[in-house]
Design a binder for this molecule. Sequence first.
Ligand SMILES: *[C@@H]1O[C@H](CO)[C@@H](O)[C@H](O)[C@H]1NC(C)=O
Ligand SMILES: *[C@@H]1O[C@H](CO)[C@@H](O)[C@H](O)[C@H]1NC(C)=O
Ligand SMILES: *[C@@H]1O[C@H](CO)[C@@H](O)[C@H](O)[C@H]1NC(C)=O
Ligand SMILES: [Cu+2]
Length: 309
Amino acid sequence: MAKALRLLAACALFSQTLAHSRILYLVINGQQYKGFNPHAPNAITNSIGWSTSADDDGFVPPSNYSNLDIICHRDGQPAKAHAPVKAGDKIQVQWNGWPQSHKGPVLSYLAPCANTTDGCASVDKSKLSWTKIDDSSPVLLDEKGGPPGRWATDVLIAQNHTWLLGLPSDLEPGPYVLRHELIALHYANVKDGAQNYPQCVNLWVEAPGSKAATVGNEKVVIAGQKEGLPATALYKSTDPGVVIDIWTALSTYVIPGPTVAPEAKPVPVTDQRSKSAITAEGTPVVVTRATATVPLPNSKTATATAFNA
Ligand SMILES: *[C@@H]1O[C@H](CO)[C@@H](O)[C@H](O)[C@H]1NC(C)=O
Ligand SMILES: *[C@@H]1O[C@H](CO)[C@@H](O)[C@H](O)[C@H]1NC(C)=O
Ligand SMILES: *[C@@H]1O[C@H](CO)[C@@H](O)[C@H](O)[C@H]1NC(C)=O
Ligand SMILES: [Cu+2]
């Protein structure tokens, strides 16, 4: 049984070259914000998604964990636009499908974009410092019916390929990159066989009410958090969570990367059902000064979401 499944997964690996995935869009408070489309890079003009050269919707292998590609996928370059959010908001991430065989964790990180006057639009990705805000714990839900069992990615598939994220409620205002990542383990029993699918989108965390924010040249940090990690230091190719045979019975799974920040407010796996409907297309913002934004030109008309420092 397990052997047959393993064979099936291996075949899928070679036959489904177009069947991997990427983020299609986010839904935040009913508003839809589009991701980047590597098949038609100019088709989405108001994307909040970082551009990549991953036009196979493919992955970054463990042998490239210390390469810049692991930060925001292959040749990742920042988007100009940001999705406006508030601390504590829920973000629904819509993937463009996900193969059943690609079992593994769903991971999310935030990095503030410091030292810029355009938010994350010109940020140096190698300087981003990442804090984990969700690790889809416990990831391996059960092994009923034998391996490979039910994983966090099966929960994502059951919710029409979406994952619901909670932003920390004490997140300081300012520009952030959200790094959302799936790791597929169907082939992780062989060396360098795990597959990381990192995706980056820009967020602009609005100031709550009239409270003044300190961003721009000031250091923006997640309240209570010390230093995060560069993405090139998140994983090692020898981590037990990336060198693993999911086709044998497992009792535990060691989630790759750092621990989730104590201030994080992840949506538990058991609450992933609370899906939000899309009520309107969102208006991404561009950050024009250290502390203000305007709607992205050519996107829907809307009022500016500026606040005073
Ligand atoms: C790993 O990184 C190297 C150097 O950037 C690149 O040439 C290679 O294509 C990458 N491998 C994969 C499988 O992405
Ligand atoms: C911002 O500047 C500080 C001080 O020079 C530096 O330590 C930090 O790495 C910079 N951060 C980014 C994201 O460029
Ligand atoms: C599932 O997601 C796809 C891709 O966005 C969408 O077209 C479809 O309407 C969704 N289905 C449901 C039932 O929400
Ligand atoms: Cu794949």
